[in-house]
Ligand binder design. Structure first.
Ligand code: HEC
Length: 144
């Protein structure tokens, strides 16, 4: 079949492309959520794909904070199970679950997301996240 290779290619490239297509689809502002708004902005700023698996790896890995040399991970505060509540690392204050499937209030506000990504990337990595890292992280988080 003549169309076969194209279809194959599409399925190989996975969620990133699928998501890019969703994001590119013209949509009314009413149906637009905070994540697709952000991903659209990141695309406009130069990235070309999103990868939930890379986002998941970034979320779970223990990183060496490049400023302090301490071992840190997103799960230090958000917990090992993304569907359960986490605990603020220093104060012990409860953090509601990050997974939108159990906590629909998650990832609804562009400003809140950007603010916390900035803060948490700095705390975890000792630097800002790149656009690609943010896109991968948000793609992963959104699917949880
Ligand atoms: C030191 C503790 C801590 C660490 C480590 C941490 N976070 Fe958070 N994060 C918070 C707190 C506190 C909030 C805000 C309170 C809330 O939303 O429950 C938050 C909120 C967020 C939000 C906004 C959620 C929303 O509903 O809009 C995102 C996105 C996020 N964090 C991603 C990350 C990522 C990615 C990492 C790893 C790079 C990370 N966090 C590591 C404490 C942390």
């Amino acid at each position: 079949m003549r169309h076969q290779p194209f279809i194959k290619k599409l399925s190989y490239s996975g969620y990133g492309i699928l998501f890019a297509m969703l994001v590119y689809m013209p949509s009314s502002s009413a149906g637009e959520n905070a994540i697709s708004t952000l991903l659209k902005a990141y695309l406009a700023e130069g990235i070309s794909s999103f990868n939930a698996r890379k986002g998941q790896a970034l979320w779970q890995q223990v990183h060496l904070n490049m400023k302090t040399g301490q071992k840190r991970s997103c799960t230090d505060c958000h917990g090992k199970d993304i569907k359960q509540a986490g605990k603020y690392q220093r104060s012990g204050i409860k953090i509601e679950p990050m997974a939108p499937s159990v906590n629909p209030k998650r990832l609804q506000d562009v400003k809140k997301i950007e603010k916390w990504l900035k803060h948490n990337c700095e705390w975890t990595f000792g630097r800002d996240c790149t656009l690609q890292e943010k896109a991968n992280l948000l793609t992963f988080l959104q699917g949880q």
